[in-house]
Unconditional design. Structure first.
Length: 134
């Protein structure tokens, strides 16, 4: 089964018709037939960025779809901190670091993102994530 990491931007665009990438997000997610993988940090960002009246629908939809949240354990926090320090010039936020950590842990190389920094980020093994949303 295909696996795809999902960043904040495409999820916000999917859930909010007022977003300029909404149509592209709808078409992209309708075509994708694999597992969508993200973290609670991403969900938190999406909920913060969405208009309040869209949050509950987003959460219901995510809970009823092929969406999987990967837990970032406490023991991984130093690794996330190291990633954020490595990319401090971008700057990398906690949510982005969590996705890069998950990419390493699960061996997932594909991501859906609107964030241009992901073409710079590298996994521990030196791999760049391929943006499938672009």
């Amino acid at each position: 089964m295909r696996r795809l990491l999902v960043d904040t931007g495409p999820l916000v665009a999917l859930a909010n018709q007022a977003e300029r990438h909404h149509r592209a997000a709808v078409e992209f997610f309708e075509r994708f037939d694999g597992a969508l993988i993200s973290t609670l940090a991403i969900v938190s960002e999406v909920c913060w960025l969405l208009p309040r009246h869209r949050v509950m629908a987003f959460l219901r939809s995510a809970g009823q779809s092929n969406f999987t949240l990967v837990h970032v354990p406490e023991l991984a926090l130093p690794a996330l901190s190291a990633l954020m320090e490595k990319y401090v010039d971008r700057p990398m936020d906690f949510a982005d670091a969590s996705l890069l950590w998950v990419a390493d842990e699960l061996g997932v190389a594909d991501i859906a993102t609107l964030d241009s920094a992901f073409h710079i980020y590298r996994t521990r093994r030196g791999r760049r994530l391929r943006n499938r949303f672009a």
